[in-house]
Design a protein around this ligand. Sequence first.
Ligand code: D41
Length: 681
Amino acid sequence: MNKTAMAIPTDISARAQELRKQINDHNYRYYVLDDPEIPDAEYDRLFRELQALEEQYPALVKPDSPTQRVGAEPLKAFGEVKHVVPMLSLGNAFSDEEVRDFGRRVAEKLGLAEDEIDFTAEPKLDGLAISLLYEDGVLVRAATRGDGVTGEDVTQNVRTIPSVPLRLLRAVAQRPLPRVLEVRGEVYMPKAGFEALNERQRAAGEKPFANPRNAAAGSLRQLDPKVTASRPLAMFCYGVGQVEDGQLPDRHSAILAQLKDWGLRVCPEIHTVRGIDACLDYYRDIGERRAGLPYEIDGVVYKVDRIDQQETLGFVSRAPRWAIAHKFPAQEALTRLLAIDIQVGRTGAITPVARLEPVEVGGVTVTNATLHNQDEIARRDLRVGDTVVVYRAGDVIPKVGSVVLSHRPPDAKPFVMPTHCPVCGSDIVRLEGQAIARCSGGLFCPAQRKEAIKHFASRRAMDIEGLGEKLVEQLVDRELVHDPADLYALTVEQVASLERIAQKSAENLIAALEKSKATSLGRFLFALGIREVGETTAQSLAQYFGDLQPIEEADLETLQSVPDVGPIVANSIYTFFRQAHNLDVIDKLIAAGIHWPKVEVKAPEVLPLAGKVIVLTGTLESMSRPEAKKHLQALGAKVTGSVSKKTDWVIAGEAAGSKLKKAQELGVEVLDEAGLLNLLQ
Ligand code: D41
């Protein structure tokens, strides 16, 4: 029977109508508002369901069905741009099987064996597609892809992106520049820039962006280019559109190399490979390195490399037959927010924690996620009972994204910040202008006490082996330990009386406590858990003052003359040593036998590496990273964890990853292990 003539069951046509409505709503949120409500994978499911229905019942296809167009209407505020050469969309593959099908289709149409075909494999950047038009080498227009035919004129905004050349380079290039050259690529926001931007948004009381893609899109669609200029955007080019009065190479990979010579930025991870198996190898390799890349990618794009083969293959509807996007499995999922608990940190900071119905996100089961602070919960109007998007971005820590308002049950409850600490009952206070609420209980609060003791015992502080989280909880709950000094009064019998502690472990713990007494001033200062005093600052203090007493007695001005100590840190140190109970604990610790060698004080400027900022990355052969750090610090260098323009050297060992890349991007000098040893001489 002719399917077109086949009567459409009413439930099917109602479902199709429902899907069209939902997809249109989501399109609007995604493309126009830059504020999607559901994960991409969920959207893809809806879209595929509608496509399948329309395929089965072609009479369902309406000209305005979302399947008949991919993209969104331009915002009215920007001028419209007609793409002379349409910007095609990309077909998707979600499995190896679908990629192999693609390979078979290509091979068949070209009359070749699959392993005779060259492909480029490119990371699929998660940003937004942009067209750059150069006339006589000068950038005259930039436009969004829009629906592929009509986009928005975003020239003024794109001009603010540092990696977009306003004029192409000719000198180094062999090939003459075409008079008209349209370059296409992806504008994106690097992960580091995204995190920094969101910090700024939060500090300013503004809504953080859900992910780097939204941040990039939101930044580019600003009506005020100054705002765009303040956003850390970048661009990688991946193709060309309109070309007039000029010739380009006959392979995609060679075109990219040419673009690079003209001064355009091309992703360094793009490789040319032969055959589909090699494509899949690339996919797995980059998938493993994904978290370490400085930008977000959501898959890989394979393209037939030879342009004549691309022409033979042509395109169907609006997607080329010679390219396909191989997507990574969803890193997002929907789940229910069961409760919002609060956690009390070492300094009393109250962090709301989302308890979630367990859900798998990118291969791990997620049950909890932090929610930053009260304002953010309110801003996003998160309510217990809501369906929320849970996602994993570049890092492994799961985050709660947006709420699916259409799924909100009528009895969903808004979050109310408790007025008293759930652990000790003290008042919860939130100072004017601060985002964080704190329990005012101090060391009276068992939660803060536990955290303070865990910190004291941790590896980089007093390094008390065997004093883990569970043990600290029991010691505090049983009131055997109130402060870190009490640890040194514990007996084997007391420890052995705790649950799940064998006699032997109790003996080991007491021995470990004994061993920890010989420490260094830097470690001891760090172990005290003074707010704002991390490992590096503790080291600087030890180096500068040489012993504890001068630190205890130092005034604010003296404290501020220590490298890295500003007014806030100085104030925190000063206040700490003016609290009688802190001094009592320190006295008790010293009475218990804690000691350190006096540090030889050298004026910082005579140290050979004074003022140098160094980042260590990768695996070193001759020493561990902490050892290298210690040596460098002893010579006056500041060793930090992240690469910035202020970094003097990045020391890269084996298998260095994103930090090395960042250094290369920023033009920071990179030293290998030999270079490190040289410095240490
Ligand atoms: O990195 C990307 N997001 C990317 C997108 C890429 N590396 N290559 C792409 N190639 C194309 C064709 C093959 C159609 C020239 C793309 C896109 N298209 C694309 N981006 C948005 C829609 C289509």
